[in-house]
Design a protein around this ligand. Structure first.
Ligand SMILES: Cc1cc2nc3c(=O)[nH]c(=O)nc-3n(C[C@H](O)[C@H](O)[C@H](O)COP(=O)(O)OP(=O)(O)OC[C@H]3O[C@@H](n4cnc5c(N)ncnc54)[C@H](O)[C@@H]3O)c2cc1C
Length: 465
């Protein structure tokens, strides 16, 4: 098969479960032909006239981040950071890595973890290194979503967008704005979005000149908008009553990894619930995950000029004030961080790649060992081309079952949520969710009876081989 046969269309990518909903293709198409719209599973997907949607073209195939014809993260990073002194198979190329937080007042308190994304973005504006930051901010839900990408051009609007949004967003409008309005920009995004930006820059000289920096967010996976509705159900609310969503309420007196969700009603009443008490609140279980995330191999946004995550290791995970892990690849941003440290505006300690990897151990298991296993399954449609080879043999039975169950929960949560909504019986979803979660947690964490059954079965099967 040559590359011409491998060309793909937006429709191919959507129907193969490989569309992450970034909106890059729609920005390329022009508003008259194509737009991003909600699908039945609460994900954003491209829609357009038949010729565009079904047309297999080289420009689309080379720009869609999950297309088998697109350059992979290694190739993009090699082109962007040829002088990087470190190259790690998990973290990619990088200049330096740190653990810590923004010490300057107002950032850590308002951020989801250490406030470093907002600090770096604010510093880019303050030093006039960019004119605008494309990031995600809350909007009035009457506009059809709780959050949207927008371009912040001053400090106040940048600060208004702090915090993580585990909610589908897309970049078509901000990519168009950056093409239309001259200036220099930075883009904040999860790894596949940042990859899409760099793929767009390869073929678009205007974007290439204007997008000066990319700020990546470490990513576990992207969620459906139905997760917010499910949270609302479990807090005794209808989605139409909800005016504001905060996925992570900061509480310095509790460990950072005990997430609390907060929903505010139109009349001002606030309801809060810990994620652990929500049926879909265990990240690892895969509830409401975007299907494309099953085929991602980039945890730390390897193509971004700088990446930020949570430092999920002790003592940092117990520190409710929040702590970042930071990987910097751009020499200019490396200098900015060193200046910030010298001036006492940043509290950062140097770390190595092994430390970064440890902070994201579960994410790497899912995108290396888990991805290798999923790639070995039979599937129809476009075949993803990843940096991980298919492998099913060397995995213990229990791990295989965890990956199978996680995949089933992703698919099952989408279907059961729709069924519950159609029946107008939230309890149908909640009861199913509780059972699925109990099975998942029993399989994954149990050292009790269920765990022993799996371990003995596995030992027996190993002896039989
Ligand atoms: C979907 C998703 C999954 C994540 N998974 C992990 C994970 O598994 N492990 C981990 O360590 N960290 C993960 N993160 C990153 C983490 O939640 C924090 O965003 C990161 O640590 C930066 O925190 P901060 O306090 O420095 O950022 P802040 O100062 O709070 O700033 C956050 C910035 O990110 C922007 N933003 C928020 N949501 C989005 C979005 N969806 N797309 C684009 N921009 C956005 C905001 O507008 C703001 O500018 C994830 C983030 C997202 C959005």
């Amino acid at each position: 098969m040559n590359d011409r046969d491998a060309l793909v269309s937006p429709r191919d990518m959507v129907s193969s479960g490989l569309c992450t909903g970034c909106g890059g293709c729609v920005s390329l198409a022009g508003g008259a032909q194509a737009r991003m719209a909600w699908d039945a599973d609460g994900q954003l997907k491209p829609q357009g006239d038949r010729r565009w949607h079904e047309g297999r073209s080289a420009p689309f195939s080379e720009r869609c981040p999950f297309s088998p014809l697109a350059a992979n993260e290694d190739a993009i990073a090699a082109m962007r950071f040829p002088q990087a002194p470190h190259a790690d198979p998990w973290i990619g190329r990088f200049e330096a890595a740190y653990v810590g937080h923004a010490a300057e007042a107002g950032y850590r308190e308002q951020g989801s973890s250490g406030g470093m994304v907002s600090w770096v973005a604010a510093e880019l504006l303050r030093r006039k290194m960019v004119d605008g930051i494309a990031h995600v901010a809350p909007v009035d839900p009457r506009e059809g979503a709780f959050f949207r990408y927008r371009i912040a051009r001053d400090q106040a609007s940048l600060r208004g967008g702090a915090k993580s949004r585990y909610y589908p967003v897309e970049m078509s409008a901000v990519l168009r704005e950056m093409r239309e309005v001259p200036g220099r920009y930075a883009v904040v995004g999860i790894p596949c979005f940042i990859k899409a930006v760099h793929l767009a820059c390869r073929s678009d000289p205007v974007l290439r000149e204007r997008i000066a920096f990319t700020l990546g967010l470490v990513c576990g996976h992207m969620k459906s908008r139905h997760m917010v509705e499910s949270f609302a159900w479990q807090m005794g609310l209808g989605i139409d009553e909800v005016r504001e969503v905060d996925f992570r309420v900061k509480n310095p007196d509790r460990p950072a990894n005990w997430y609390t969700a907060r929903l505010a009603r139109r009349d001002g009443e606030v309801r809060m619930r810990d994620w652990w008490h929500l049926v879909d609140g265990d990240w690892g279980s895969g509830f409401f995950q975007n299907r494309a995330c099953d085929f991602c191999d980039d945890v730390v946004a390897e193509t971004a000029d700088i990446s930020f995550g949570d430092a999920w290791v002790e003592p940092y995970s117990s520190d409710g004030r929040g702590t970042n892990v930071v990987v910097v690849r751009s020499p200019a941003l490396h200098r900015m961080l060193e200046d910030g440290r010298a001036e006492g505006r940043l509290a950062l300690d140097p770390i190595d790649a092994a430390f970064v990897r440890e902070t994201q151990a579960a994410g790497f298991r899912q995108r290396r060992e888990g991805l290798a296993y999923r790639l070995a399954w039979k599937r129809s449609g476009v075949k993803p081309r990843k940096r991980v080879a298919p492998e099913r043999r060397h995995l213990p039975l229990r791990r295989k079952l965890v990956y199978r169950l996680r995949h089933c929960i992703t698919r099952g949560s989408a279907v059961m949520f729709r069924l519950a909504r159609w029946l107008r019986r939230p309890r149908v979803f909640i009861l199913w969710g509780r059972a699925a979660l109990a099975l998942y947690q029993g399989l994954t964490y149990s050292r009790g009876r269920l765990g022993r059954v799996f371990d003995r079965t596995e030992a027996f099967l190993t002896r039989m081989r």
